[in-house]
Design a protein around this ligand. Structure first.
Ligand SMILES: Nc1nc2c(c(=O)[nH]1)N[C@H]1C(S)=C(S)[C@@H](COP(=O)(O)OP(=O)(O)OC[C@H]3O[C@@H](n4cnc5c(=O)[nH]c(N)nc54)[C@H](O)[C@@H]3O)O[C@H]1N2
Ligand SMILES: Nc1nc2c(c(=O)[nH]1)N[C@H]1C(S)=C(S)[C@@H](COP(=O)(O)OP(=O)(O)OC[C@H]3O[C@@H](n4cnc5c(=O)[nH]c(N)nc54)[C@H](O)[C@@H]3O)O[C@H]1N2
Ligand code: SF4
Ligand SMILES: [Mo]
Length: 717
């Protein structure tokens, strides 16, 4: 029995890692309990802002269903096992599969939370390298892959992505993003609502282009419906208008991109009139969009998830970049700007190789060493050399988050061995032979090695683990390093270097990066030690013009690569102007996010699933009243939604906020698979929209999945 007195309450300053906004939080603890989580008012970047999800960090920490020790699947169900046993077993099992079937037979899938986890980012690669398999997949190819390809080609590095300078812009055009729900993406921006309102307060404009009148559209000055998947046409017409109306302002960029004006010939065939009907806007509307953008002073056109994860997502993101360049808004205050992060990983990380190798079955190109996840199921089920026989899932739930999830679920049953690094028994990790559970976010050291690079202001902050590590728990990096060392040993490779890595820890790498940074604070060079003394973080000022320094190409020129991107116009012509007319009866499926969700994995927090609309689950199919009438569907009635790959039954939610001809279903639901173990999530199961999305339809330029603009039919169930 413990006789010690309970400890005093303590306040800690940390960072929420649940989305990209990097909000500072004040966490009050007593012993090992979290009493409360509130916004850190002294954090110079987030200034006290948090969203309702911050409290989910507490729910996650306390969740009795979260796994705290490794689990092995046995004939008698899940059994808790020791860490040493589990790590040994995983390493020897992966090694055995590779011995029998070759190194490519083990594949990895890395999910979204890795991006918020410096341990996985910095030390995970030791493990993937030890595996020596090209069969690598991640959530990138259901998300931001187009952005990486555009930045790789134009600026020479996949992660050198310019960010909207939201605090200085006079005109913010948002294409396919809903930051009021997502809190911003590839735009790390706490308190987005206040910042969007500030643009309007200083006489500027916010314009949303979206098939849904989203929460963001609701507080914008203008909202224009657009037919899903047609944004490339809109951008072509907008670029055409720039030349037609002589609105080009590219002089400052021409020395870095001498061919920029040649864009005119590629967009010549796309006057607003030609595309208007296809995109669902009038030609005058399109022209007015451009004129008002150009009249505004500093302006920025920003395209995100809705614009990326569609059939022409890469072309769209490329054209958006050209639009910012041709209007003189790249690298300009109030436009699209590069960040100057204090701990900059970019010079030390892969710039992004394009098409070095291809998938076995469908011959799809790899980008930055990863294959499109749409190909994963067929690579598991198609026999032959290189067939995937074992999977490592790190912080991902691809059965709910990638196209044709049902097919992937079936494919997983064929695997000889699965290991999941996760703290829940999810729809995906239930397939594992062994689950290795890391600690939750507040129990590990944190520095945002990714999201400072995407932030609307330069800042720096280190958040040490709030609780000292328990003897029996491990962080992601300890798991990955432990596996890497074991695999190298099994492969007969030297393992001496690991001793130094265990000592150094990920925070040692960040310390090195900070010490080599251009910044100082009150005369002292940046370091982890300094940041420990400034627990609210340090503001490093607004983004600065950074060209040509920001370019990673050796010649310091922006490489426009018309040959690569504009070649896709052939496919676009075929798709929109030559293809047979689409089935009149079909609707276009799109996705949506809610402030209280986080992809597939916060539904076990009662607080996050509570208070949904009219007693309906949040997982509804939103349709327009005209479509409801046409199909004789009442509000809240169950409907069947059918696509080429599957069918789901889901309540209809009739709303004028959605464009006629469009249907919106959120992803991350579908917690109704036998064997997962998160009861609250199962009580709010919903259905998985990715049982409808099609793994065979891709943005062919990048291999990115098409999750927006999927043709479906509906009928009353
Ligand atoms: N239809 C449709 N599908 C989509 C989208 C869409 O808009 N529409 N969005 C796509 C996008 S943008 C993304 S990023 C993907 C996300 O897809 P995934 O990354 O595959 O899915 P998540 O739901 O983020 O799964 C995260 C898993 O990691 C676990 N986890 C959480 N934190 C940690 C941690 O610190 N360490 C470890 N080891 N595990 C952790 C959770 O328990 C959960 O099981 O979904 C995509 N799928
Ligand atoms: N609360 C919450 N926050 C999150 C997440 C979450 O699951 N929940 N996920 C995080 C992740 S992983 C990511 S990647 C980001 C994503 O962040 P965002 O990019 O802001 O993504 P969404 O909120 O899904 O908004 C996408 C918008 O695109 C619209 N759209 C759909 N199809 C099209 C189209 O064809 N054209 C146009 N123009 N618009 C279209 C949708 O209607 C929607 O309003 O959010 C992050 N933040
Ligand atoms: S916006 Fe919400 S989820 Fe995102 S970092 Fe801030 S508190 Fe966390
Ligand atoms: Mo994402």
């Amino acid at each position: 029995m413990q006789s010690e007195k309970p400890e005093q309450k303590q306040k800690h300053y940390s960072t929420c890692t649940l989305c990209e906004a990097m909000c500072g939080i004040e966490v009050t603890t007593q012993d090992r309990d979290i009493l409360s989580i509130a916004g850190d008012k002294l954090n110079p970047f987030s200034e006290g802002h948090v969203c309702p999800k911050a409290m989910a960090l507490k729910d996650l920490y306390e969740d009795p269903e979260r796994i705290r020790m490794p689990m092995e699947k046995t004939d008698h169900g899940w059994q808790e096992v020791s860490w040493d046993y589990a790590l040994d077993k995983v390493a020897t099992s992966l090694f055995a599969v590779q011995q029998e079937h070759g190194s490519e037979s083990v594949a990895t899938y890395l999910g979204n939370p890795n991006a918020h986890n410096m341990g996985s980012i910095l030390f995970g690669p030791y493990f993937y390298r030890a595996l020596k398999s090209h069969n690598r997949y991640s959530a990138t190819s259901v998300d931001q892959l187009p952005h990486h390809i555009v930045s790789r080609q134009l600026f020479g590095h996949q992660s050198q992505i310019p960010i909207p300078d939201i605090d200085h812009t006079q005109h913010f055009m948002i294409i396919g993003g809903n930051p009021l729900a997502s809190n911003g993406s590839i735009m790390t921006v706490p308190h987005i609502k206040r910042r969007l309102k500030a643009i309007q307060a200083r006489g500027g404009k916010v314009v949303a282009i979206d098939p849904k009148r989203s929460e963001t559209a609701d507080i914008s000055c203008e909202h224009h419906f657009i037919k899903p998947g047609t944004d490339a046409l809109l951008m072509l017409a907008m670029l055409h208008t720039l030349f037609d109306k002589k609105l080009i302002k590219a002089d400052a960029l021409l020395p870095l991109a001498p061919e920029l004006l040649a864009v005119e010939q590629y967009v010549a065939a796309y006057p607003a009139k030609r595309v208007a009907k296809l995109i669902g806007m009038s030609d005058t509307q399109i022209i007015a969009l451009v004129e008002s953008f150009c009249a505004a002073g500093p302006a920025v056109c920003y395209g995100r998830m809705g614009a990326s994860v569609q059939a022409f997502g890469t072309l769209t993101q490329y054209l958006i970049m050209l639009f910012n360049m041709l209007t003189g808004n790249l690298d300009k205050q109030g436009g699209m700007m590069f960040t100057q992060p204090a701990a900059d990983l970019l010079p030390h990380s892969g710039r992004g190789s394009i098409g070095n190798f291809h998938t076995r079955v469908r011959n799809l190109p790899a980008f930055a060493g990863e294959f499109p996840v749409s190909a994963l199921a067929e690579e598991i089920t198609t026999p032959g050399e290189g067939q995937i026989k074992a999977m490592v899932i790190g912080a991902g739930n691809p059965i709910l988050t990638t196209p044709n999830g049902q097919q992937l679920d079936n494919a997983f049953k064929n695997l000889d061995f699965v290991v999941a690094v996760d703290f829940y028994i999810t729809e995906t990790s239930r397939h594992a032979n062994i689950i290795l559970p890391p600690v939750t976010a507040l129990e590990r050291d944190h520095y945002d090695v990714v999201f400072h690079n995407f932030a609307v202001r330069n800042s720096t902050k280190f958040s040490p683990a709030i609780f000292p590590p328990a003897e029996t728990s491990k962080t992601d990096w300890q798991i990955y390093l432990g596996l890497a060392e074991r695999l190298d040993k099994l492969n007969g490779l030297p393992t001496e270097r690991y001793q130094a890595l265990w000592q150094k820890q990920p925070k040692g790498v960040v310390d090195d990066l900070l010490k080599s940074s251009q910044y100082a604070y009150q005369g002292e060079a940046l370091s982890i030690d300094l940041l420990l003394k400034t627990p609210h973080g340090i503001d490093l000022g607004p983004l600065q013009p950074d060209l040509p320094n920001a370019i990673y190409h050796n010649d310091k020129q922006i490489n426009l690569r018309f040959d690569y991107f504009m070649a896709d116009l052939t496919r676009l012509e075929k798709h929109f102007f030559e293809a047979a007319t689409v089935n009149d009866d079909s609707l276009q499926l799109i996705g949506r996010r809610h402030l209280k969700t986080n992809n597939s994995w916060l539904h076990n927090s009662k607080r996050m699933v509570k208070g949904t609309n009219n007693g309906l689950s949040r997982c509804t199919a939103q349709i327009h009243p005209d479509d409801a009438q046409k199909h004789n569907i009442q509000d809240q009635q169950m409907i069947k939604v059918t696509s080429r790959v599957g069918q789901v039954s889901i309540p209809a939610e009739i709303t004028e906020k959605i464009m006629p001809g469009v249907i919106s279903i959120p992803h991350g639901w579908g917690h109704n698979k036998k064997g997962s173990q998160w009861q609250t999530a199962e009580q709010h199961a919903g259905v998985s929209v990715n049982d409808l999305t099609d793994e065979m339809v891709l943005d062919e330029l990048s291999g990115n999945a098409v999750l927006n603009g999927v043709p479906v039919t509906i009928e009353a169930a």
